[in-house]
Design a binder for this molecule. Sequence first.
Ligand code: AOF
Ligand code: ZN
Length: 317
Amino acid sequence: MAAALALAERGRGLTAPNPNVGCVIVSDGRVVGRGWTQAGGRPHAEAMALGEAGEAAREATAYVTLEPCAHEGGRGPACAPALAEAGLARVVIGIGDPDPRTDGEGIAHLERAGVAVTRNVLAAQARRSMAGFLTRRALGRPHVTLKLAASLDGRIALASGESRWITGPEARAHAHLERARHEAILVGRGTLAADSPSLDVRLPGLEARSPRRVVLTSAGAPDGWMAIAAPDDVAALESVDHLLVEGGAKTAAGFLAADLVDRLLLYRAPILIGEGIAALGDIGLASLDAAHGRWRLADARALGSNRLDVYERARAS
Ligand code: AOF
Ligand code: ZN
């Protein structure tokens, strides 16, 4: 399943409105088929893996990050019947598909056909892998990541405005990798005016994955940009399943105040700034009680002399 999740990454940002699914078919301890959802959403991961496996799929085990689809009459053959017809002995699934055309019916179809099904394998990782698709389905908006790059004391600039650079080269390279994982990046109009940021991906081989640029303003977008007037308008960014919010402090605070941030990337450099510009403006917090319990640490790592902590919004589900 870890291999299937790694394959799923190849489709990230390219498959909307479909999820980026990965699939590995194993026969006698050997990988005989590998697939991932193709650009535009079709073929599905299973179809690609079955194509590679051919006859070797008989009696084999398929590992799929999402429940195989059950709906005929879509843009291609349904995967659950295709897996059953190929003679798979067992299908191991990451998470169920919330699409009402499948939602349990993929698993039911496989079991009716005599295929053994194991579910919820690496489910938390699979949910993360398909966060864009799941958020769009559940909340009708893209999955939103907020990036903050700050000093140890939470400053993003000196009082003079000097901010280049707070974080080190490894942290900045990582932030560029994160850009490649999102279909769109948003900044506030202050940041647009002050920095006219290019917001591209400056990593060899990934330049073509540069996201669309979005500015938060009611004044209309410059050439090559999209605009939304308020954080709540993110739902209007159709065909964008992952949005990265990059600042500044007022924009970041606006998204937090509207409870629209699902994931927080906190890059921290080992410097102290003291008086300066705080990473966040007012987020409308009424009490400490309301602050606690909102964020769960999902990952922590060193990036050169800097640290990255990744938090996920803890939501009741
Ligand atoms: C799978 N494997 O690789 C993907 C699936 O528009 P369609 O006909 O392609 O159907 C889209 C739905 O298929 C999508 O909403 C989701 O439920 C499922 N995506 N399913 O078995 C895949 N990408
Ligand atoms: Zn399918």
